[in-house]
Design a protein around this ligand. Sequence first.
Ligand code: MN
Length: 130
Amino acid sequence: MTANILYIEDNEQNLYLITFLLQAKGYTVLQAREGQKGIEMAVRHRPDLILLDIQLPGMDGYSVARTLKGRGEVSGIPIVAITSYAMTGDREKAMESGCTGYIEKPIDPDTFIAQVERHLADGCGAGGET
Ligand code: MN
């Protein structure tokens, strides 16, 4: 399955690693390094899934998620927060902000793609078992 995934992240190492993992599986990855830019790209490109870092310069991930969920044309796109394992409150706040799910950092390269694909399948609603 091919899909377009928008990844909003300010950390270059995470951007590199996650983009690498996704592209290796055939996904197209759009990158944004701050929230406002990410919102613009979401509206312009309508990705199938958004991966969202929470700690971003300027507008944080919660605000980005709330903004996206408030815009009709992109409100249906699933958003997966990339949260820090240590920050236990992040998950709840991410879900309250409208995120569909979360993946904890540091990400595990062996299971990351499977985690992403679970959210892609949820978001599409179509397909599934036949
Ligand atoms: Mn960050």
